[in-house]
Design a protein around this ligand. Structure first.
Ligand SMILES: Cc1cc2nc3c(=O)[nH]c(=O)nc-3n(C[C@H](O)[C@H](O)[C@H](O)COP(=O)(O)OP(=O)(O)OC[C@H]3O[C@@H](n4cnc5c(N)ncnc54)[C@H](O)[C@@H]3O)c2cc1C
Length: 759
């Protein structure tokens, strides 16, 4: 989470993490533009580099060798990363519609979403063929194909449809890999039969004759049957039929034909070419809307028709970054002229490649090594990121503003310099909150539906109130996700008590800025929070919003329990012999500390966010139903701190099994690297509660028992005879990581109450 001192004046939203946008992110990371906020919306966190994909399939590269980590790159660039899928545009309002979150407003928009398979025109293709596009999803499809071939007894016939560079490379890479796989299993690699079908008169139609000859030779030498002029018109479970009436039997069918455009663009209002790709001028701006840019496969340059190839997407990155920059600065844009000829290095799977440029063609193992060097150097630009600069001083923004915006910007800067505490304007607040739909409850007499000075809620007869409050600064720069996490974190106390959540009031600080930007951050954040509160049946009834340097959110939450207190789960009820259950994995503290230092992989952060966004509501119900004797939610004190908070009032000791702890992926790596949350040192003081601390100190999981959690799981003691059923019910309710992590012991003579089991 970075803290720019300059208020946000312009939003550049990048949709899709393709080959051009990774260049844009790197550019803005190296040369930030004060006052400009970048937001990347992408459905994937790890985006594949197409040039190395065949090498990955052949088995020469690992997953991380060929994927760019967008979460890390966005963090480096100071960009917000919204992991979501764009499903529409509202050009008039300047908003991107997303699948799983409120629309995202932009001042300038850039689209780099690649292409999608064109299969719908061939009967049966969508059901029976494995499409290579979109390439981001190909990894999962490839791995399941690999598994099927490994398990397929006897001969396996594989047909690849598409004779361009992608189809040819893929055929040879798959063949190389699969033959190796069969050999390693003691099977005959000749069990594999490959067919390559193209509707063109020859393979590689956009390359010169010597390159085509080279590949014809390689394919023939490797026993691949090439079907030229073979337009596939029908696909069934294990068979292809061509327009010429030929049939080809195949156990696996891979589709690598010319790709199409995203269907949702049709209704976007952007000008599209005949194939549905966005028509752009030489400045990469949409010819229909100069605030919208497009690059890579999805763009169609009206003056320079280009092949759909990653090489152009990469090349368009720098001019796109420059023009986005110039556009917000109000400067003239520069035309981009793609090269007429370009170098293609096409591999044959076995660490050999053919170079093709215009009429030139040459080949060799050295060409592969050259390609490997170029590709690795390209990837290093995005994996070996320079250390991030510490907070930059306030620099004047070159963004061009109108008079009203300039006045708002001046007052926002004054506000930041003067500290915090001012109230957000009533109009901004009203507009931001207007679209929220908090759940309505009969016991809320006066709430947001009829706002007043304060909310009035009724305590139903026979029930007592449970009060709790939590407040913390944004640990992620996606306000929608942060809203969800903050609400979950606050609700944790209510559920841990075995209570029903009734009503919530919010306390918010939001950095000052242009009204429209403040309004949107409030709206996004509170939409996330309300989604979680509504799911818990908890009505948002009011709140207070002030301006401050950092985005922060907290809630005072009221819950209800039966007046007799019978259903309350307290910390103090642990009984010797009970089993300890933890419902969610730990590790959020170290992971987010690592994220801030660019030391966490994007998929680790994704998994941590999913865990933090998961409510404890169902877990609490499960624990209660299985006779939980004590319960608490894991937050800032870490696992050990919260466990001691339970053992002490319960008058018991406990045994904690380190090997059994559910741990978020990556947390062991980041804590082993010495990366811990700033709260950890205070938690470590509690090591005196450990009976065998000296023996445990070198255990890889030892640091994690001190790791502070955000929106962590529930820690509960369950009677031993019910623990198995409880665990099964937790798993069935979606808490897949829930585990028995120890047991409750009689209070012993030792001063230290906790014994760690190390293996
Ligand atoms: C097997 C194979 C090998 C190839 N080899 C080469 C090669 O060696 N050299 C070469 O130049 N080209 C190659 N290509 C072509 C190349 O893959 C494409 O031209 C290239 O990937 C296009 O890049 P892009 O930046 O336009 O989009 P992509 O690389 O496809 O990236 C698009 C990104 O946008 C995201 N996205 C898509 N839709 C949405 C949405 N609605 N909302 C949010 N995010 C979205 C995706 O998740 C992805 O991260 C190959 C193709 C294949 C199939």
């Amino acid at each position: 989470m970075q803290l720019p001192d300059q208020p946000v004046l312009r939003d550049i939203v990048l949709v899709g993490g393709g080959h051009s946008h990774v260049g844009v992110l790197k550019h803005f990371g190296m040369h930030p533009l004060p006052g400009v906020r970048l937001t990347l919306i992408c459905r994937d966190t790890h985006t594949p580099y197409s040039g190395m994909l065949p090498g990955y399939i052949a088995g020469h590269y690992s997953y991380d060798d060929v994927h760019i980590d967008l979460s890390r790159l966005a963090q480096f660039a100071g960009a917000r990363f919204f992991r979501d899928e764009a499903v529409g545009l509202d050009l008039g309002a300047g908003r991107v519609r997303c699948r799983d979150r409120p629309p995202v407003p932009y001042d300038r928009l850039s689209i780099n979403i690649g292409s999608t398979p064109q299969m719908s025109h061939v009967a049966g293709a969508a059901e029976h063929a494995v499409p290579v596009k979109p390439i981001n999803g190909f990894d999962a499809r490839w791995r399941s194909l690999l598994e099927r071939v490994r398990n397929h007894a006897g001969a396996t016939r594989i047909a690849v449809v598409g004779g361009g560079a992608g189809g040819v490379e893929l055929t040879l890479a798959m063949q190389y890999r699969l033959r190796g796989e069969l050999r390693a299993r003691g099977r005959d690699p000749d069990e594999l039969r490959f067919h390559l079908l193209t509707d063109d008169a020859d393979i590689l139609p956009t390359h010169n004759a010597s390159v085509r000859r080279a590949f014809a030779r390689v394919l023939a030498g490797r026993g691949v049957e090439v079907h030229r002029g073979a337009e596939v018109i029908e696909v069934s479970a294990a068979r292809l039929r061509t327009a010429g009436g030929q049939t080809v039997d195949a156990d696996e069918i891979v589709w690598v034909t010319r790709a199409g455009s995203a269907p949702w663009l049709r209704d976007s209002g952007l000008a599209l070419d005949a194939d549905g790709f966005i028509q752009v001028s030489d400045t990469l701006q949409s010819v229909a809307d100069s605030n919208v840019f497009a690059a890579g496969d999805i763009a169609s340059m009206v003056n320079y028709p280009l092949e759909k190839a990653g090489v152009f997407a990469v090349r368009q990155g720098p001019p796109l970054a420059q023009n986005l920059r110039r556009c917000v600065e109000g400067r003239a844009l520069k035309a981009y002229r793609p090269q007429r000829r370009w170098l293609a290095l096409i591999s044959t799977g076995d660490r050999f490649a053919v170079a093709s440029r215009g009429a030139l063609g040459f080949e060799g193992a050295w060409v592969w090594r050259w390609k490997d060097w170029i590709d690795r150097r390209f990837m290093a630009k995005f994996s070996q990121l320079p250390a991030m600069a510490s907070a930059a001083p306030v620099a004047p923004s070159p963004v061009k503003l109108d008079q009203e915006e300039a006045a708002q910007a001046v007052s926002a800067i004054a506000m930041r310099c003067g500290g915090c505490g001012a109230k957000v304007g009533a109009t901004v607040l009203a507009r931001a909150l207007d679209a929220l739909r908090p759940v309505e409850r009969d016991d809320v007499l006066i709430g947001l539906h009829a706002p007043d000075d304060a909310a009035v809620v009724r305590v139903p007869k026979g029930r007592a109130m449970v009060h709790t409050v939590d407040f913390f600064r944004a640990i992620v720069d996606d306000p929608y996700v942060f809203g969800k996490i903050a609400a979950n974190h606050a609700l944790g106390d209510i559920f841990a008590m075995g209570a029903e959540a009734q009503s919530a009031t919010a306390i918010i600080t939001v950095p000052a800025g242009l009204e429209s930007k403040v309004e949107d951050v409030l709206f996004q954040m509170m939409s996330g929070a309300v989604a979680i509160l509504n799911d818990a049946g908890c009505a948002l009834v009011g709140g207070h919003t002030g301006e401050g340097r950092e985005l922060a959110l907290g809630f005072a939450i009221n819950g209800l329990v039966d007046e007799d207190g019978a259903s309350v789960m307290r910390k103090s009820g642990m009984r010797p012999g009970d089993a300890l259950i933890l419902t969610k994995p730990i590790g959020t503290g170290t992971l987010f500390a690592a994220h801030a230092r660019l030391a966490a992989r994007g998929r680790w952060i994704d998994a941590a966010l999913v865990s933090m966004c998961q409510s404890n509501r169902l877990a609490a119900q499960c624990l209660r139903a299985h006779g939980a004797t004590a319960c608490t939610d894991l937050t800032g004190f870490g696992l050990l701190g919260h466990l001691v908070e339970m053992t002490r009032p319960s008058g018991v000791d406990a045994e904690l099994n380190l090997a059994a702890l559910p741990v978020l992926e990556g947390a062991e790596e980041t804590s082993a690297a010495g990366i811990v949350s700033s709260l950890q040192p205070a938690n470590v003081r509690l090591r005196r509660a450990l009976r065998n601390q000296q023996d445990a100190v070198r255990h890889p999981r030892y640091p994690l028992i001190f790791d502070p959690q955000t929106a962590g799981g529930l820690l509960a003691s369950i009677p031993a005879d019910r623990v198995e059923a409880c665990l099964g019910a937790l798993h069935a309710s979606g808490y897949g990581h829930a585990a028995v992590i120890g047991r409750v012991l009689n209070k012993g003579d030792a001063l230290a109450p906790i014994f760690l089991v190390l293996d």
